[in-house]
Write a protein that binds this ligand. Structure first.
Ligand code: ADP
Ligand code: MG
Length: 736
């Protein structure tokens, strides 16, 4: 083995698991069903935890009440029914001559799993049962099953790595460990793409040692450095890919320089402005409020991107209510100042229409140059393009986009349509970016080049209120520049949030709704989330509206908004609510993002525990948008601990970013990364919570390697990136 040239990591991805000893067709199938196809998959399946058998916990040392992990061999198993009719499986285990009893209630299948001779680890609390120590319903990790595996006693003697075993596929943790050990032996020495200097600079152990150290540590002290190295590699690969994508984009860019003068941001609202000034300046001067410091700073960052020859590729993060819309508007105007068109995409029709209406109001009176009209200038034209804009109306918008008669188009994903072409698309702003996929972002961006007479790369600004922890943003949006609105407009009062768990508390919530409405303000009531279907959800919203209108909210004007309504109806309801003809709006989550009605001061969220934390924060953000004190009521008891934690977190904090950190803790990062990560996810070991420091180091190194071209001189490192991109992308990224 030692004669072999060191192997590249990617080579392990080419050895199927069936080529390993002891793995026949049945095992192969079982492993495949767990997503484990190659030797690479096996060696990057990392232990969940370890049992240190070198420092044995003697069964006799265990105290009643201890939480313990106990290793033992099953000596006997009996199953019966208790007098209450529950199934009970009694298991006896022995370790070094000491015995212990384990009881399983309502898990009759344990009798088949834990037959005599099986060795397993039991995690649980030690209790006293009629004078003997016992564990009840512990977590079980079968280490050695009975199905003809090799029983290598020496392996049970040291440190035992425990793998996510699968009862369903019939692979025990112990077998998995065996396959992985075999994989490592077969792989032999692995090539290390980081040379000694780099390893020293970043305190990294050598790669082969890292794999052995994490899977087969001789000492628990081997694990941490091994893990550090492997986590570093994961982050480095990911950040290299992001940096490469970014560089490719820049190399091939046909960007435009939009005119921008930072002084235009420093205006006094309400003063007089000459029509000669830039549109940005005229707009800000005429606007009803002054920019916050954060808005000004962010607009300067955006302006510099807009003025540069490289296309902007920027993410704007700002908590709910921080005032992203005005930033979007000013950005679009910078583009209009250069004589080009802008597109503004929102995730829902309700939001697109709200934006279009607001834009028309805010831009009224602004003029653009248009040689085709008499006098050479005309007012800025804003048009809406959503799924419901049809027929002649739609054709008119499309032709306006083509001939330049429309300056700004606001729309939903209808903007992505193939027949949507521009004369000269200069800037794209996407609101609530988290609702769109990476692909949609790319399609809209490409419109500038592929669907525009002037083939240029549009500048792109994506905005999101979903607060993403910094580390996660580096992973998810590492190819974007980032601006943050970290300040709320002045005069905002914190929304008072309470959790109404009891019926009297709930009654006082409804009382407050009545009081606020009596004072001329408005309220939202959010109906429970129904996973079943939008239709069922709509039905329950209809019922809830009727119930409230005849009971708690009798005498008030109660409206209804749900996803099954026609767009025209939705519009009508929203405008009645804005106008105050509807005082209370009973709605499903259709209002979740972006809806802006400043007079709304209460939101009551029914069955609040059913919503995710980010969603709750978004919903709450529908109020507190004016000067009045606003309130949020969360109704209903939470049936589980996680639900309780979420609601408590929401009561405790109004800060979206703080809540995002809590969310990451509660849900883990899987959900966050899962859907959005393109291609095969490489983050198998890294934790965004624990490993922020390593992430920073890896990112810095990745940027250095890409910008200094050191990567080209390191074909081994480039080679392993191929594990995570498909061929097409590899060609695009790696051609030199
Ligand atoms: P979001 O970031 O959630 O999209 P919006 O852009 O909808 O926030 O702004 C929230 C509310 O704050 C709106 O009613 C808007 O008019 C108002 N607003 C935005 N910027 C300012 C500011 N600088 N001063 C006062 N009010 C502002
Ligand atoms: Mg918004």
């Amino acid at each position: 083995m030692s004669e072999l040239a060191p192997r590249r990591l990617r080579a392990l991805g080419e050895i199927g698991v069936s080529q390993l000893r002891h793995i026949g067709p049945k095992r192969t199938e079982a492993l495949n069903s767990l997503g484990l196809h190659t030797v690479f998959d096996l060696v990057t399946l990392y232990p969940r935890r370890y049992i240190d058998r070198t420092r044995r916990v003697d069964l006799s040392d265990l105290m009643i009440g201890d939480e313990a992990a106990v290793f033992g061999e099953v000596t006997s198993v009996t199953s019966r029914r208790t007098r209450q009719g529950k199934s009970l499986v009694d298991v006896s285990i022995v370790d070094h001559g000491e015995t212990m009893k384990i009881a399983f209630f309502n898990q009759p299948w344990r009798a088949g799993q834990l037959v005599a001779g099986v060795q397993a680890i039991f995690f649980g609390k030690v209790s006293d049962f009629r004078g003997t120590r016992q564990m009840t319903n512990p977590v079980v990790d079968v280490v050695v099953g009975t199905s003809g595996e090799e029983r290598d006693a020496s392996r049970v003697g040291g440190i035992v790595a425990l793998y996510p075993a699968s009862g369903k596929a019939g692979v025990t943790s112990w077998e998995m460990g065996g396959f992985i050990e075999e994989s490592l032996k077969r792989a032999g020495p692995l090539l290390d793409p980081l040379d000694e200097r780099l390893r020293r600079d970043h305190s990294l152990v050598e790669r082969t040692a890292a794999f052995w150290g994490i899977h087969l540590p001789r000492d628990m002290a081997d694990v941490a450095p091994a893990r550090r190295r492997l986590v570093f590699d994961e982050f480095l690969r990911l950040q290299l890919l992001l940096a490469l994508r970014r560089r490719r984009l820049e190399e091939s860019a046909a960007g435009v320089r939009h005119p921008f003068d930072e002084h235009d941001l420093d205006v006094t609202p309400g003063s007089l402005e000459s029509e000669e000034s830039s549109l940005v300046r005229q707009f800000l001067t005429a606007h009803r409020f002054a920019l916050t410091r954060a808005q000004r700073r962010v607009l300067a960052e955006i302006g510099r991107d807009m003025a540069s020859a490289l296309p902007m590729h920027r993410l704007l993060q700002g908590d709910v209510g921080s005032g992203k819309t005005v930033v979007a508007l000013a950005t679009l105007l910078m583009c209009l100042d250069g004589g080009r068109q802008g597109a503004f995409m929102a995730p829902t029709e309700v939001l697109a229409e709200q934006h279009a209406a607001a834009l028309r109001g805010d831009l009224a009176g602004l003029k653009v140059v248009d040689a085709s009209v008499l006098g050479g200038e005309r007012e800025v034209v804003v048009q809406l393009l959503t799924g419901r804009v049809k027929g002649k109306e739609r054709l008119a918008v499309l032709s306006g986009l083509r001939n330049g008669g429309v300056d700004i188009v606001v729309g939903t994903h209808a903007l992505l349509g193939d027949d949507v072409r521009f004369r000269s698309l200069g800037t794209v702003v996407i609101d609530e970016q988290h609702r769109f996929g990476v692909e949609q972002r790319a399609v809209l961006r490409d419109k500038g080049r592929a669907h525009s007479d002037e083939a240029i790369d549009a500048d792109l600004l994506v905005m999101t209120a979903t607060p993403i922890p910094r580390t996660a943003a580096m992973v998810l949006f590492g190819d974007l520049d980032r601006s943050v609105l970290d300040e709320m407009p002045a005069g905002r009062r914190a929304i008072a949030t309470s959790w109404a768990r009891s019926s009297p508390e709930e009654q006082s919530a409804w009382q407050l709704v009545r009081d606020e409405v009596a004072a001329g303000r408005r309220a939202y009531v959010i109906c429970p989330l129904v996973e079943a279907s939008e239709r069922v959800e709509a039905t329950s919203a209809v019922a809830e509206r009727t119930r409230l209108a005849t009971n708690e909210l009798r005498g008030l004007s109660v409206g209804l908004l749900h996803g099954q309504m026609k767009s025209v109806e939705k519009d009508e309801v929203m405008s009645q609510f804005r106008a105050g003809e509807i005082q209370v709006l009973v709605a499903t989550v259709v209002i979740e993002v972006g809806v802006d009605v400043a007079q709304a001061s209460v939101i009551v969220i029914e069955d609040a525990w059913r919503f995710g934390l980010a969603q709750l924060h978004q919903l709450r953000g529908r109020v507190g948008r004016g000067d009045a004190q606003s309130y949020c009521y969360l109704l209903g008891e939470a049936p589980n601990e996680e639900g309780r934690s979420r609601l408590e977190a929401l009561v405790a904090s109004n800060d979206g970013f703080a809540l995002a950190e809590v969310d990451l803790d509660l849900r883990g990062e899987g959900t966050l990364l899962g859907a959005r990560q393109r291609g095969r996810s490489d983050l198998r070991l890294a934790s965004l919570r624990r490993d922020e420091g390593i992430l920073n180091e890896a990112r810095t190194l990745a940027l250095e390697l890409v910008s200094s071209d050191a990567l080209t001189a390191n074909p081994e490192l480039l080679d392993e990136l191929r594990l995570f991109v498909d061929d097409e992308e590899a060609q695009y990224l790696f051609r030199s």
